[in-house]
Design a protein around this ligand. Structure first.
Ligand SMILES: [Zn+2]
Length: 351
């Protein structure tokens, strides 16, 4: 049996063993003027088109999470029906404990060969993607959404991918809706020291899974603007550097293509509001740490949309965008993305 198969079996065992229990502070800098990007259905974007993503986001939405501030207990209560349903489609495992003893949980969907790791809310007050992950997990568990096309997409992703999501990596911070963990430490500056239990849990999980792709999901400063018109940035993307030299090795190059597909999909919904995040090398951050270990890692930062103070529209856009990225990974379409779409993204800046 190939070593990778053995490893996947071990991972599957690890993830199924436990019963159901278990921004970076940098500011983006100014950059060049925005350019038009390819349509949502372009190469490397969601092969299924934007409509399906929108429908899944609307129909699989976990309604119990309706506002951006919620506790870990509320999150897992809201996910309860999905975790109990779906004939075991989701596997939950405890991957560690927070400083205050809250369970850090990973939820796994799919049985495919390609492992994708997503984590959110390592900064406790950045919950947009946690809501999106909850919706995605409910959909993976079988929530009817998107009709037959949605079912086909779910089957395709579940066969090709093993999706491991850690929603709310920093529950102690979320409890007080603040960035740092209970000890006042920034978990996303802890990749090398691993002084935080949350950072250690993430590093250990990544080392055990050895994912091919990872998504590091955050919210950034809502004041950031981008492009010539200086509109508020709704979503920022980054393929973080793997080293101080900023080289485009295989992992970072793959991350750039996935990010380009994400950007293309988002741009049709958010014209002029998609930006590239500050690419200053930050070796203590987990994006850089993962990239250096050969995991193609994309940083996704939710920003602001007018009239969307509770981030519900951004949440839905994240669901659709992440579905598109997952499908591009499942089908291999990410390889055909245009890196120029990423390169031409305007950098966000403070006004
Ligand atoms: Zn953050």
């Amino acid at each position: 049996m190939p070593a990778r198969s053995v490893r996947l079996l071990l991972v599957a065992g690890l993830l199924s063993a436990a019963a159901a229990c278990g921004g970076r502070g940098r500011e983006a800098r100014a950059a060049s003027a925005p350019r038009s990007v390819v349509p949502a259905a372009g190469v490397g974007a969601a092969p299924f088109g934007a409509d399906l993503g929108r429908r899944v986001a609307a129909e699989a939405r976990v309604g119990a999470l309706a506002r951006r501030r919620f506790t870990q207990a509320a999150l897992w209560d809201a996910l309860g029906p999905a975790l109990r349903a779906g004939g075991g489609a989701l596997r939950v495992t405890e991957v560690g404990r927070s400083g205050q003893g809250r369970a850090l949980r990973a939820v796994t969907a799919g049985e495919g060969r390609t492992v994708v790791l997503l984590w959110s809310q390592m900064h406790g007050d950045e919950s947009t993607a946690t809501m999106a992950l909850a919706d995605l997990l409910a959909w993976f568990a079988g929530a009817p959404a998107g009709g037959p096309d949605g079912d086909a997409l779910r089957a395709r992703l579940s066969a090709a991918l093993t999706v491991v999501a850690v929603p709310m990596l920093n529950p102690d911070g979320a409890e007080r809706f603040r960035r740092e963990n209970a000890a006042g430490l920034d978990v996303n500056r802890d990749a090398r020291r691993q002084a935080t239990p949350e950072g250690r849990a993430l590093a250990r999980l990544a080392d055990s899974l050895r994912p091919a792709f990872a998504f590091n999901l955050h919210d950034h400063d809502t004041r950031l603007v981008g492009g010539r018109r200086g509109r508020p940035v709704a979503v920022s993307l980054l393929a973080p550097a793997a080293g101080a030299d900023g080289a485009w090795g295989p992992a970072r190059s793959a991350a750039r293509l996935v990010a380009a597909g994400l950007a293309a999909g988002l741009a049709s919904e958010l014209p002029g509001r998609v930006a590239r995040y500050d690419d200053a090398y930050t070796p203590d951050a987990f994006g850089e740490w993962m990239q250096a270990r050969g995991v193609a890692t994309v940083l996704v930062e939710a920003g602001a949309l007018p009239g969307d103070g509770e981030r519900q529209r951004l949440r839905a856009l994240h669901v659709a965008a992440l579905l598109g990225a997952l499908d591009a990974i499942a089908t291999g379409a990410w390889r055909g993305a245009d890196a120029g779409v990423y390169d031409r993204l305007p950098a966000g800046r403070l006004p």
